[in-house]
Design a protein around this ligand. Structure first.
Ligand SMILES: CC(C)(COP(=O)(O)OP(=O)(O)OC[C@H]1O[C@@H](n2cnc3c(N)ncnc32)[C@H](O)[C@@H]1OP(=O)(O)O)[C@@H](O)C(=O)NCCC(=O)NCCS
Length: 171
């Protein structure tokens, strides 16, 4: 299991630990861990079996950040994000961070990993939909390089709400 912390070298001025999301694997630890985050964060959560789509090369990709659990137990998934890939475009499906681990840079690290993946796969752009009231996510995506590109009226249910469409061109 990848350790998310990188021990800073002597003299390293970086204050926050560097975060290293790992590729989501088709394992119960990753799939069930991400599914738990889905249940915590969304009113229409993806199940562990639907999340498997994000582990199929050429179809989708997922990244996870894990944190240590009880001694002897497997690390638990504290953040995850997924992206579906069609020809030269990526679509971020969801990014979710456990409430105990928010505002620590986990979400930003997951989005960066997805964008790096898009660049390596030579995709032209990455898009996503986000609830129009979800200020935290909209700020996170803007800071990562996404810009608003449109609005889908009544896109979400439970509760009904517009979606903002955001796009990031990959250079
Ligand atoms: C949105 C979410 C993924 C952000 O994750 P996070 O790990 O807390 O975000 P980060 O710590 O990486 O924050 C990166 C930047 O995003 C912005 N941001 C994050 N949370 C914010 C908040 N509550 N209010 C305003 N801006 C916020 C800030 O600009 C932040 O930078 P800063 O901490 O230096 O100010 C997290 O709140 C979450 O899981 N929410 C529920 C699920 C969700 O809505 N997912 C998005 C669906 S499209």
């Amino acid at each position: 299991m990848t350790d998310m912390y990188n021990t800073p070298a002597a003299g390293d001025k970086i204050k926050k630990p560097k975060l290293h999301p790992a590729r989501m694997q088709k394992t119960p630890a990753h799939l069930n861990g991400a599914a738990e985050l889905e249940k915590l964060c969304f009113s229409s959560p993806w199940s562990a079996s639907s999340l498997e789509l994000l582990t199929n090369d050429g179809i989708g990709v997922g990244y996870v950040l894990t944190v240590p659990a009880a001694p002897g137990a497997e690390p638990t998934v504290a953040a995850y994000g997924g992206m579906l890939i069609t020809v030269d475009e990526g679509q971020i499906t969801n990014v979710a961070v456990h409430p105990d681990h928010r505002r620590k840079g986990f979400g930003a690290a997951i989005v960066r990993a997805l964008l790096r993946h898009a660049k390596d796969a030579r995709l032209e752009s990455v898009s996503l939909e986000v609830r129009a009231s979800n200020t935290a996510a909209i700020e996170l995506y803007k800071r990562a390089g996404f810009a608003e590109a449109g609005r889908r009226k009544g896109f979400y249910t439970k509760p009904t709400e517009d979606a903002l469409v955001m796009v990031c061109k990959i250079k």
